[in-house]
Design a protein around this ligand. Structure first.
Ligand code: FE2
Length: 325
């Protein structure tokens, strides 16, 4: 069984093709990148519209398949930016209807988790999903992916990008400021906000931005990352302790951060747990993860009529009933 998955929740329009063993036959994408700003949903959606056809054709070409040989069409139904989600939904519906294939809308966050689980061969893990818009600590329990902790305001990637923008670095700023983490000499005092199992990043961002004019930029970037990542490690550690699990899987675009990996690895080593990180191409937003969840849900007998494929911009990870675990 082969599924083509369409991803378009935010900055990336992706088309991935995956078979029932999770072999990734193609994983093509085009992303919205700006020199000095964040994501403008309408502009990103316009770009997705102009790229959609090409990205889908590129994926089919890469996999050396025609739509005739594809069995299912999957797409990201939510959560995400409405205008962006709409592009993927329209493209997926067109592909499915034109080629008479079953269509299945899947949850973007669950897709991140499921492909990470499959690729790392994790058994009973806690998942850290850290991206621009999302930061969640997730674990499967009794029919749902439970959210043990999450950001109450902005995603950790958004924190890094917004702070980077204040330093005059374009989007995405993450990779550039990650280098600064390893160049810094001093820690600068900044807020550290953990609320129970949840995280708050906007106060940290504001406090760091107020110090840009007077403090060393590299030290400041280091200190901001240090606090944000330590907060994430603290909550992840509590989730591991509570569930007595020994695997921590890191996914989402911020999984690219060497600094975050280092901090989580130290925490895991300290408690006899293992940090697992899939290759970056499946951590960041991509079509292959959508295609894989399409296959998983299809195998579980889940079907949708066209009217059920409306986008769900606010759908939560724990809204989805997991019938296949
Ligand atoms: Fe994502």
């Amino acid at each position: 069984m082969i599924c083509i998955g369409i991803e378009s929740t935010a900055h990336t329009f992706g088309a991935g093709i995956v078979d029932s063993e999770c072999n990734i036959l193609a994983n093509e994408k085009k992303s919205y990148i700006t020199e000095g700003g964040g994501i403008h949903p309408r502009e990103a959606a316009d770009l997705h519209y102009s790229n959609a056809r090409q990205v889908i054709e590129d994926a089919l070409k890469k996999a050396n398949l025609s739509m005739k040989e594809i069995d299912i069409v999957g797409f990201s139904q939510g959560p995400g930016l409405g205008p962006c989600l709409q592009v993927g939904a329209v493209a997926a519906r067109a592909l499915a209807l034109q080629n008479k294939k079953p269509l299945i809308g899947v949850n973007h966050c669950v897709a991140h988790v499921e492909i990470a689980k499959k690729i790392t061969n994790a058994k009973e893990a806690i998942y850290v999903y850290a991206s621009g818009a999302n930061t969640q600590i997730i674990g499967y329990e009794a029919g749902r992916y439970r959210v043990y902790g999450e950001t109450l305001d902005i995603g950790i990637g958004n924190l890094l990008d917004s702070f980077g923008r204040s330093l005059g670095i374009g989007f995405p700023a993450g990779p550039k400021i990650d280098e600064m983490y390893f160049q810094a000499k001093n820690y600068i005092e900044l807020p550290y906000s953990v609320k129970g199992m949840d995280l708050v990043f906007s106060g940290l961002q504001t406090a760091a931005e107020r110090k840009i004019a007077t403090a060393d930029r590299i030290d400041l970037a280091y200190s901001l990352m240090h606090n944000a990542f330590a907060e994430l490690a603290e909550v992840s550690e509590r989730a591991l302790a509570h569930t007595e699990r020994k695997e921590l899987v890191l996914t989402g675009g911020v999984a690219a951060s060497k600094a975050l990996r280092k901090i989580l690895e130290e925490m895991c080593n300290g408690r006899g747990a293992k940090l697992l990180v899939p290759p970056f191409g499946v951590c960041t937003d991509n079509g292959a993860m959508i295609a894989w969840l399409g296959i998983v849900e299809n195998k579980a007998g889940i079907k949708q009529e066209i009217w059920e494929t409306r986008i769900l911009p606010r759908q939560r990870t724990d809204d989805v009933e997991i019938t296949w675990a």
